[in-house]
Design a protein around this ligand. Structure first.
Ligand SMILES: [Zn+2]
Length: 142
Protein backbone atom coordinates (compact mmCIF):
# COMPACT_ATOMS: atom_id res chain seq x y z
CA UNK A 1 0.00 0.00 0.00
CA UNK A 2 1.18 3.50 -0.74
CA UNK A 3 2.67 4.82 2.53
CA UNK A 4 1.13 8.25 1.96
CA UNK A 5 -2.35 6.77 1.75
CA UNK A 6 -1.79 4.69 4.87
CA UNK A 7 -0.43 7.74 6.62
CA UNK A 8 -3.34 10.08 5.95
CA UNK A 9 -6.00 7.48 6.63
CA UNK A 10 -4.65 6.87 10.12
CA UNK A 11 -6.62 8.07 13.12
CA UNK A 12 -3.64 9.73 14.80
CA UNK A 13 -3.52 12.27 12.03
CA UNK A 14 -2.65 15.46 13.94
CA UNK A 15 0.37 13.82 15.55
CA UNK A 16 1.52 12.04 12.41
CA UNK A 17 5.16 12.75 11.81
CA UNK A 18 6.48 14.12 8.56
CA UNK A 19 8.32 11.68 6.36
CA UNK A 20 10.30 14.35 4.60
CA UNK A 21 8.20 13.86 1.49
CA UNK A 22 6.83 17.01 0.00
CA UNK A 23 3.75 15.14 -1.17
CA UNK A 24 2.90 14.15 2.39
CA UNK A 25 3.28 17.67 3.73
CA UNK A 26 1.32 19.22 0.91
CA UNK A 27 -1.41 16.63 1.24
CA UNK A 28 -1.72 17.39 4.95
CA UNK A 29 -2.73 20.93 4.06
CA UNK A 30 -5.29 19.76 1.52
CA UNK A 31 -6.50 17.02 3.85
CA UNK A 32 -7.36 19.48 6.61
CA UNK A 33 -9.20 21.57 4.02
CA UNK A 34 -11.00 18.48 2.75
CA UNK A 35 -12.15 17.69 6.29
CA UNK A 36 -13.43 21.25 6.64
CA UNK A 37 -15.39 20.92 3.39
CA UNK A 38 -16.85 17.57 4.44
CA UNK A 39 -17.86 18.98 7.85
CA UNK A 40 -19.67 21.89 6.24
CA UNK A 41 -21.38 19.67 3.66
CA UNK A 42 -22.48 17.20 6.35
CA UNK A 43 -23.94 20.09 8.37
CA UNK A 44 -25.81 21.37 5.30
CA UNK A 45 -27.09 17.90 4.42
CA UNK A 46 -28.18 17.18 7.99
CA UNK A 47 -30.08 20.45 8.09
CA UNK A 48 -31.86 19.44 4.87
CA UNK A 49 -32.61 15.98 6.32
CA UNK A 50 -30.70 14.35 3.47
CA UNK A 51 -29.41 10.81 3.72
CA UNK A 52 -26.68 11.20 1.19
CA UNK A 53 -24.63 13.89 -0.52
CA UNK A 54 -24.16 13.43 -4.26
CA UNK A 55 -21.76 16.27 -4.98
CA UNK A 56 -20.12 19.32 -3.50
CA UNK A 57 -19.46 22.34 -5.70
CA UNK A 58 -16.46 24.34 -4.62
CA UNK A 59 -14.90 27.57 -5.82
CA UNK A 60 -11.17 28.01 -5.44
CA UNK A 61 -9.21 31.15 -6.28
CA UNK A 62 -5.77 30.87 -7.80
CA UNK A 63 -4.28 32.50 -4.71
CA UNK A 64 -6.07 30.24 -2.24
CA UNK A 65 -3.00 28.02 -2.11
CA UNK A 66 -4.89 24.85 -2.84
CA UNK A 67 -3.76 22.19 -5.27
CA UNK A 68 -7.03 20.91 -6.86
CA UNK A 69 -5.57 17.48 -7.63
CA UNK A 70 -4.40 16.96 -4.06
CA UNK A 71 -7.70 18.27 -2.72
CA UNK A 72 -9.68 15.79 -4.84
CA UNK A 73 -7.49 12.98 -3.55
CA UNK A 74 -7.93 14.06 0.07
CA UNK A 75 -11.66 14.64 -0.37
CA UNK A 76 -12.21 10.94 -1.08
CA UNK A 77 -10.37 10.09 2.13
CA UNK A 78 -12.25 12.69 4.19
CA UNK A 79 -15.61 11.40 2.88
CA UNK A 80 -15.16 7.89 4.21
CA UNK A 81 -17.80 6.94 6.73
CA UNK A 82 -19.80 10.15 6.28
CA UNK A 83 -22.93 11.17 4.35
CA UNK A 84 -20.54 12.15 1.59
CA UNK A 85 -19.07 8.74 0.96
CA UNK A 86 -18.94 8.19 -2.81
CA UNK A 87 -19.80 11.80 -3.64
CA UNK A 88 -18.04 14.01 -6.19
CA UNK A 89 -16.13 17.18 -5.56
CA UNK A 90 -16.64 19.65 -8.40
CA UNK A 91 -14.00 22.36 -8.36
CA UNK A 92 -14.37 25.65 -10.20
CA UNK A 93 -11.16 27.63 -10.37
CA UNK A 94 -11.50 31.41 -10.18
CA UNK A 95 -8.93 33.55 -12.01
CA UNK A 96 -6.79 36.15 -10.31
CA UNK A 97 -8.23 39.63 -10.79
CA UNK A 98 -6.60 42.87 -9.59
CA UNK A 99 -7.48 46.53 -9.77
CA UNK A 100 -5.25 48.61 -12.04
CA UNK A 101 -5.04 52.20 -10.76
CA UNK A 102 -3.72 53.35 -14.11
CA UNK A 103 -6.30 51.74 -16.41
CA UNK A 104 -8.99 52.29 -13.76
CA UNK A 105 -10.43 48.85 -14.26
CA UNK A 106 -10.18 45.30 -13.01
CA UNK A 107 -7.75 43.17 -14.96
CA UNK A 108 -7.23 39.44 -14.98
CA UNK A 109 -3.66 38.29 -14.41
CA UNK A 110 -2.36 35.32 -16.37
CA UNK A 111 -0.47 33.93 -13.38
CA UNK A 112 0.53 34.53 -9.78
CA UNK A 113 4.19 35.26 -10.55
CA UNK A 114 3.82 38.87 -11.62
CA UNK A 115 1.41 41.41 -10.17
CA UNK A 116 1.53 43.84 -13.04
CA UNK A 117 -1.26 44.98 -15.29
CA UNK A 118 -0.92 43.05 -18.57
CA UNK A 119 -1.97 46.18 -20.49
CA UNK A 120 0.09 49.01 -18.97
CA UNK A 121 2.61 47.09 -16.81
CA UNK A 122 1.75 49.11 -13.70
CA UNK A 123 2.29 47.09 -10.50
CA UNK A 124 -1.09 46.10 -9.05
CA UNK A 125 -1.42 45.00 -5.46
CA UNK A 126 -5.15 45.37 -4.92
CA UNK A 127 -6.57 41.90 -5.29
CA UNK A 128 -10.25 41.86 -6.22
CA UNK A 129 -10.68 38.15 -6.82
CA UNK A 130 -8.63 34.97 -6.47
CA UNK A 131 -8.26 34.38 -2.73
CA UNK A 132 -11.61 32.74 -2.15
CA UNK A 133 -12.30 29.18 -1.28
CA UNK A 134 -15.94 28.47 -0.64
CA UNK A 135 -18.63 25.88 -1.06
CA UNK A 136 -21.08 27.08 -3.71
CA UNK A 137 -23.62 24.32 -3.24
CA UNK A 138 -24.14 20.84 -1.89
CA UNK A 139 -26.11 18.40 -4.03
CA UNK A 140 -28.14 16.03 -1.92
CA UNK A 141 -30.21 12.94 -2.48
CA UNK A 142 -33.55 13.50 -0.78
ZN1 LIG B 1 -3.24 48.88 -16.33
Amino acid sequence: MDPVVAHVSGVSLPRAKAHGQSLTQRSMHELSMAHGIVDQAVAAATEAHAERVVAVHLTIGRLAGVEPGALLFCFDIACKGTLLEGSRLEIREVPLVVWCAHCLREVELPGVQSFRCPTCQTPCGEIRQGREMQIESVEIEP
